[in-house]
Ligand binder design. Structure first.
Ligand SMILES: [Zn+2]
Length: 244
């Protein structure tokens, strides 16, 4: 069952929320999905700056999964460098690339659009920041937000920042996150960053900071993604046959 059949009141509140604050966005059902579309206005220093034509797909399990944002006016040249993620729709004869907005790294979702937030919060937070940054880039050639690297590198970057480590300190990041999955740490345990320090008086506070924000499942998924990426790189570096 899709979310809007399961919880019609959630769709009603989305529609009434848009009517209150986003008059140039509309809702329609398209192929069994709820889609929000229309003009997104960018304001800089409270002055109207420009508008983008956008479409937002709400996934069947919304709000568990995040809405997916597209710029449909063909104004932005889409690539990883302009913060778009490429995927493909398979046609009969060819694959058509589609580009969705890369709003933030997956674990950031719990701060940027935490559970209990509504659709207008999504618009006023991540969507606003994204298009403000796009408009700023058009004007200045610089990004206002979105300096974090993409894909798996963005995930490393996120955890490195939280743990006050460098992104290259992969094995230390991963060991710290293993500790994030246990509730308590014995006082004699050494910190992954430095064997002469005790975890409890070193990285434990920062690890707890992650645990306070992220659900266990997110940490487990990210450890898996980062470990696989790390091991693959190690194998390539060691010249294991068949890895290149
Ligand atoms: Zn430490």
């Amino acid at each position: 069952m899709v979310w809007w059949e399961d919880d019609p009141a959630l769709l009603d509140s989305l529609v009434s929320g848009l009517a209150k604050e986003f008059l140039d966005l509309s809702v329609k059902k398209q192929g069994g999905k709820v889609v929000v579309f229309g003009d997104w206005h960018v304001y800089m220093d409270k002055e109207y700056a420009t508008s983008y034509t956008i479409k937002i797909d709400l996934p069947d399990d919304y709000p568990i999964s995040m809405p997916v944002v597209y710029e449909t006016g063909n104004r932005i040249k889409k690539s990883v460098d302009t913060h778009f993620i490429r995927s493909e729709i398979r046609g009969n004869y060819s694959a058509i690339p589609i580009y969705s907005a890369c709003l933030f790294a997956p674990p950031e979702r719990w701060e940027r659009w935490p559970p209990g937030s509504n659709f207008n919060d999504f618009l006023k937070g991540p969507v606003n920041d994204f298009f403000l940054s796009q408009a700023y880039y058009e004007l200045t050639g610089k990004w206002l937000f979105g300096e974090r690297p993409h894909g798996i590198e963005g995930i490393f970057d996120y955890y490195a920042e939280k743990l006050n480590l460098k992104t290259e300190q992969v094995s230390i990041i991963l060991k710290c996150l293993q500790y994030a999955l246990i509730r308590d740490v014995k006082s004699h345990v050494k910190c992954p960053c430095d064997k002469s320090k005790r975890l409890i008086s070193c990285h434990w506070r920062l690890i707890k900071g992650i645990v306070d924000i992220l659900p266990r499942e997110q940490i487990i998924i990210d450890i898996k993604r980062m470990s696989e990426n790390y091991l693959r790189k190690q194998r390539i570096l060691s010249g294991e046959p068949g890895m290149l």
